[in-house]
Design a protein around this ligand. Structure first.
Ligand SMILES: [Zn+2]
Length: 304
């Protein structure tokens, strides 16, 4: 999965510190990010690549330290600096040009830990951008100085990064797996039943409700598998395997799904395991049978 970057380690302890010229700089505007590109695939820029001395001073002054992976530090800069205008200019080493990329560039980036860093940075950017003003009194918010937050200096309101919990459910019936296609959005591949946790629910209750709402089925014997930060949608995914309980007749909720049906292992397509959903699909496809009575998956839960 995208966050599986071992042996590298992600350190997100809050800190306020100034960047070095070789530290990585994430500059976002909307769904776009400033990158560098030569002959190969786009890669991240550093502060050094902002070559105008005055602009670079401004960028450094406004930079926010985000996190590090091992000893590599990542910063972001506020989008009011207009750095997208640097697209087309040369990088500091003269080898590449700066370019503007869509955030989807991070989905399959090589090395993967750089993709994870990039999309994680974008989640913090969206949080900062969407909490500029206080939701209680309307005053301009300020960056928290002791934790990653936005604080209102007038009424004391504190906001934290948006992380929406959602479940993804592999509903299993014997040697078949239920897969569904979303009715809306750009993602139109078969995937698992998924949905956001509602107020007052446990994750398990969300599983039962979403499966009933979207395909009209009852499930039992839930097995928690793993969780995943899915920064593309500010989501924390929580993965469960669940056993069908009763009838296998699928009735789709047409506002949510365009199609849903049972798949044998042979019928399941090939999917990269970048997301928790497809890691679970691939696990099932590979013949790892959930043992719903012993509450484990072929004795290998957590190790695949
Ligand atoms: Zn306020």
């Amino acid at each position: 999965m995208i966050q599986d970057i071992a042996p590298r380690q992600y350190h997100n302890e809050f800190a306020v510190k100034e960047p070095g010229l070789r530290d990585f700089l994430l500059y976002f505007e909307g769904n776009q990010v400033l990158m560098r590109k030569g002959d190969g695939a786009p890669s991240m820029i550093t502060f050094e690549d902002v070559q105008d001395p005055e602009l670079r001073r401004q960028v450094i002054r406004q930079a926010e330290y985000l996190f590090c992976i091992d000893d590599i530090s990542y910063y972001s800069a506020r989008d009011t600096l207009g750095l997208m205008q640097l697209a087309g200019s040369r990088t500091a080493d003269g080898k590449d040009e700066l370019c503007i990329c869509d955030l989807s560039i991070f989905r399959n980036m090589d090395p993967q830990f750089m993709g994870f860093a990039g999309i994680t940075a974008s989640q913090i950017y969206r949080f900062r951008k969407s909490r500029k003003f206080c939701g209680k009194c309307g005053h301009r918010m300020e960056y928290g100085t002791v934790e990653r937050s936005m604080c209102c200096p007038v009424c004391g309101n504190v906001e934290y990064p948006k992380i929406s919990p959602a479940v993804t459910v592999a509903v299993v019936h014997g040697d078949r797996l239920l897969m569904a296609k979303s009715a809306a959005g750009s993602f139109r591949q078969f995937a698992l039943i998924a949905g956001y946790v509602e107020v007052g629910e446990t994750f398990e209750q969300t599983v039962h409700r979403e499966v009933m709402e979207e395909v009209g089925l009852k499930v039992k014997n839930l097995i928690y598998y793993k969780s995943q930060p899915w920064a593309f949608s500010d989501t924390e995914m929580i993965g469960f395997f669940a056993e069908l309980d009763g009838e296998d007749q699928v009735t789709i909720q047409e506002s949510e799904l365009s199609e849903a049906r049972w798949f044998t292992r042979e019928e399941i397509g090939d999917y990269p395991s970048i997301s928790l959903t497809y890691e679970m699909v691939n696990l099932f496809k590979a013949g790892k049978n959930p043992d719903f009575h012993r509450k484990e998956i072929s004795g290998e839960i957590g190790t695949v």
